[in-house]
Write a protein that binds this ligand. Structure first.
Ligand code: HEM
Length: 446
């Protein structure tokens, strides 16, 4: 009895630690194991930690796994039935409809929007004195929010970008942690702590979305063929347009999924460049050689192989989407372990990307792994910063293009250095963020 109580208390403390920072839930031993059954209170969860297991859950037997209700619960108040959380037929239809928005043929047009927005940020930095300090996570989030709005909705956010930023920070603070209730097995419709506080953030968010939508509807006809236009011109087999609430949910989903991840990639990349002067010097050498002082453009990206490898390696060590939680619909078997129907399965790219069986010197920042010729040696599904299978990131190629172009543009003119004395701590919540932001000194390169 006493032993049971002690074990429940230990489970509970572990869960509380994980709720504060999910990364703290992964002990050292996980980094060398392939499948880990974890008992959490009265429930089993399986950490699937091998390329073959990932392949099974996300690709070959993906139909047997749905996004976990607890995770969806975290996102639903903001994203409703949007692409990131929807399932089944609705997801299939909406995904098919959304795919053209990020098709390769559109990327060249998008790169002009990315470069112009990046240049506008640099122009603003020039007015701030040299050097000056920025919380780069915030600066890059504002930048990528402007970019995704212009690309997907044809809308320049202006001052509203701050409203969206504040609303999302508030939402993350109230909804961004895993719910203990999920582990307690309580129904998802039960009110969760903090749920109501986030409502105000959603209202703020909705006001800006409504503004964007009004502008989109007014411009209908002359509007470029962007994502919003695609949503508004959709007609089903009976000729009916998309429900207004679903248009709203898809806008919220693409906006959210499409900017914070890229902003975090850039933030972590600059933090890593400072720590690795030899890598930074190689990036500077490549930028000088390929660009010769010009600003980077779409056509340059294939030649910026080392800069791109820095992005790939950043996404290995600091994947913005650091964990995927699914729930098994029917029974399955992974690596000889029976997975009962209803069990939770977690794939953590934070651990998988640092796994000792699949990576040489996993803790070392080595962009060379991703250079042409070397990348082919990485086992398939050992590296999943964009997920895998049918639900792979819709914006993978856009996110990579955007991160590479912006890293090149910024590093060409500036050196970024973490504020002396500031301790950078990765915090695993809804996304992988630096705790308390990332204050950096921005100095012009000579
Ligand atoms: C470096 C940047 C990015 C990273 C690391 C990233 C990562 C991810 C990951 C890991 C998923 C899969 C989540 C899961 O399976 O549970 C995902 C899904 C998604 N991403 Fe991205 N993403 C990035 C950029 C973007 C951009 C620029 C867009 C804008 C179009 C975008 C839109 C989406 C959407 C709509 C989904 C849901 C797809 C679905 O369920 O069908 N992402 N992203």
């Amino acid at each position: 009895m006493l032993k049971n109580l002690r074990s429940t208390w230990n489970d509970f403390r572990h869960l509380l630690r994980a709720r504060e920072n999910v990364l703290a839930a992964w002990p050292k031993s996980y980094y060398r194991r392939e499948l880990i059954p974890v008992r959490c209170l009265h429930r089993w969860m399986f950490v699937v930690n091998s390329p073959a297991g990932v392949q099974q859950v996300m690709v070959s037997n993906a139909k047997n796994y749905r996004k976990s209700p607890g995770n969806s619960q975290m996102l639903k108040p903001l994203l409703g039935n949007g692409l990131f959380v929807s399932e089944g037929e609705l997801w299939t239809r909406q995904r098919r409809l959304s795919n053209p928005a990020t098709h390769g043929s559109r990327l060249q047009g998008y790169s002009k929007i990315i470069s112009d927005a990046g240049q506008a940020m640099l122009a603003d930095w020039r007015t701030r004195g040299d050097p000056h300090e920025e919380d780069v996570t915030e600066a890059f989030t504002l930048l990528t929010a402007n970019i995704i709005s212009e690309i997907m909705f044809g809308y320049k956010l202006g001052a509203s970008v701050h409203t969206l930023y504040d609303a999302f920070v508030e939402y993350q603070a109230t909804h961004g942690r895993m719910h203990l209730t999920e582990f307690l097995g309580l129904p998802t419709w039960l009110p969760r702590p903090g749920q109501w506080r986030g409502r105000k953030a959603v209202d703020q968010f909705d006001r800006v979305l409504a503004q964007i939508l009004r502008a989109g509807k007014d411009a209908d006809g002359e509007m470029p063929e962007n994502f919003l236009h695609m949503l508004l011109s959709f007609r089903d087999e009976e000729g009916k347009p998309m429900e207004p609430s679903l248009v709203r949910d898809e806008m919220a989903s693409i906006f959210l999924a499409g900017h914070e991840t890229t902003a975090l990639t850039l933030s972590w990349a600059f933090m890593l460049l400072e720590k690795h002067p030899e890598v930074e010097a190689r990036v500077h050498e490549e930028l000088a050689r390929v660009l010769g002082g010009r600003s980077p453009a779409f056509e340059d990206v294939p030649n910026l192989t080392y800069t791109r490898a820095v992005i790939d390696e950043t996404l290995r060590l600091y994947p913005p989407v650091h964990a995927f939680t699914r729930q098994a619909i029917g029974e399955d078997e992974i690596s000889g372990q029976k997975i009962p129907a209803g069990a939770f399965v977690t794939i953590t790219s934070w651990v998988l990307h640092r796994h000792t069986l699949y990576w040489e010197e996993p803790e070392v920042f080595k962009p060379e792994r991703f250079l042409p010729g070397n990348a082919a040696k990485i086992p398939q599904h050992a590296y999943i910063p964009f997920g895998a299978g049918a639900r792979i990131c819709l914006g993978k190629h856009l996110g990579l293009l955007e991160s590479t172009l912006l890293l090149a543009l910024i590093a060409q003119s500036y050196r970024l250095r973490v504020r002396p004395g500031h301790v950078v701590e990765p915090l695993g919540r809804m996304t992988l963020r630096p705790r308390g932001g990332l204050p950096m000194r921005i100095e012009r390169r000579g």
